[in-house]
Design a protein around this ligand. Structure first.
Ligand SMILES: [Zn+2]
Length: 385
């Protein structure tokens, strides 16, 4: 559709990109939506770094490490839903939470995460590291829109909540079987009207809504009753998710959101991974995880969501394609991450469905390519248009 050869590079030396992050002397000349994204990233990176003592403190009391498999929908955001510190839960995002254990990149990332947690556990001089792994396999829906007529549920499943839940249950079984109990999966519904989490146990459900006004001990007892046989430590460490969620649900009951705020309002298509921690402003971005071996489908779905969101807005309102992958070490890893982000951007531009040309052309679609520093979650912009 549109080529990336008209990109402007933030900093280049003798034709090569340079590390580290460039400074912006003239940020006010950047497109507005890019200025907004950079400002959000800097704010969230600061919060992420500031939350480090809080995370360590949390793991001292609740040492299980948790990951969350979730939809790319911006409303499924655990720090907002539970009030727990940012960066506590390892996120995996895809359209409808539609990961498969056989996806090569997903399998590798999940396996690396479990191995890293276990390696730290075997270091006795690090007492505050997580000791085992829990995986929240989520799907989401809207209780006030059960048949999807108002499009408030999960677009990734065409508003079919039963299909989304069935996939979460199958994926949880696959994770359980593959990791032989070393990663303990929990199927969790996210009801986006009330923002309640619903943990589905073999002996019934435990939800944030049910836990409003309950003590930690009562909540822990509810978890053990719903999940008989669950590891005692893991059951204990699930408690703050439900007590935190119960507080958010109670807030929501006293201050209900406008109906419009319940649905999709995203203006950014974010492709890659590793930016989930900072794209935390709800309804900001639709995330396409590059672990998906068939990227065309989530790109098309993300484009449809953003196109619909901006269709009725003024033509001056911009949209953004953001491509980013994380890196930890400067040098080869950084170079490879830059090339991945550039490649993902080219791919996404090529496969944006033709029917949305009228929405994204005419300068309305901006582009930002960058890499995210794993340590700080700071986006290092490489190029933009
Ligand atoms: Zn969804």
């Amino acid at each position: 559709m549109q080529q990336t050869d008209a990109l402007f590079y933030f900093r280049a030396r003798e034709g090569k990109l340079t590390h580290p992050r460039p400074e912006f002397q003239d940020r006010e000349h950047l497109p507005t939506i890019i200025q907004q994204i950079l400002a959000i990233n800097e704010r969230q990176s600061r919060l992420y770094m500031e939350a480090r003592p809080e995370r360590r403190q949390h793991w001292c009391t609740y040492p299980t490490a948790f990951a969350c498999i979730k939809c790319m929908d911006g409303r499924v955001h655990l720090p907002s839903i539970t009030g727990l510190p940012m960066g506590l839960v390892k996120p995996f995002r895809a359209m409808g939470g539609r990961f498969e254990v056989w996806w090569p990149a997903f399998r590798k990332r999940m396996h690396n995460w479990v191995a890293t947690v276990q390696r730290k556990y075997h270091l006795p001089h690090i007492p505050d590291c997580p000791v085992s792994c829990g995986v929240l396999v989520t799907y989401h829906y809207s209780a006030s829109d059960p048949d999807g007529a108002r499009h408030l549920g999960c677009r990734g499943w065409r508003y079919d909540t039963a299909a989304g839940r069935a996939h979460a249950e199958r994926l949880a079984r696959d994770i359980h079987d593959a990791f032989m109990g070393q990663a303990i999966p929990f199927v969790v519904g996210v009801e986006t009207d009330s923002r309640s989490l619903i943990f589905h146990g073999t002996e019934g459900d435990v939800s944030g809504m049910d836990c409003v006004g309950k003590s930690e001990e009562e909540v822990r007892w509810n978890i053990v009753r719903a999940f008989p046989g669950v590891d005692t430590q893991v059951a204990h460490d699930l408690v703050p998710f439900l007590t935190g969620n119960a507080r958010r649900v109670a807030d929501q009951l006293t201050r209900p959101r406008e109906t419009e705020a319940l649905g999709h309002q995203e203006r950014v298509i974010a492709i890659g991974h590793g930016f989930d921690y900072w794209i935390s402003e709800e309804n900001l971005a639709v995330v396409v995880d590059d672990a998906d071996p068939n990227l065309d489908a989530p790109i098309a779905a993300a484009a449809a969501i953003v196109a619909e969101n901006v269709a009725a807005r003024p033509v001056t309102e911009e949209t953004l394609l953001l491509a980013s992958v994380p890196y930890s070490v400067p040098g080869i890893e950084w170079n490879l991450s830059v090339m991945s982000a550039q490649g993902l951007c080219r791919y996404a531009l090529e496969y944006l469905p033709k029917e949305f040309v009228h929405v994204f052309n005419g300068g309305r679609l901006r582009v930002l390519i960058g890499v995210t520093n794993e340590e700080t979650k700071l986006l290092e912009p490489i190029a933009y248009r």
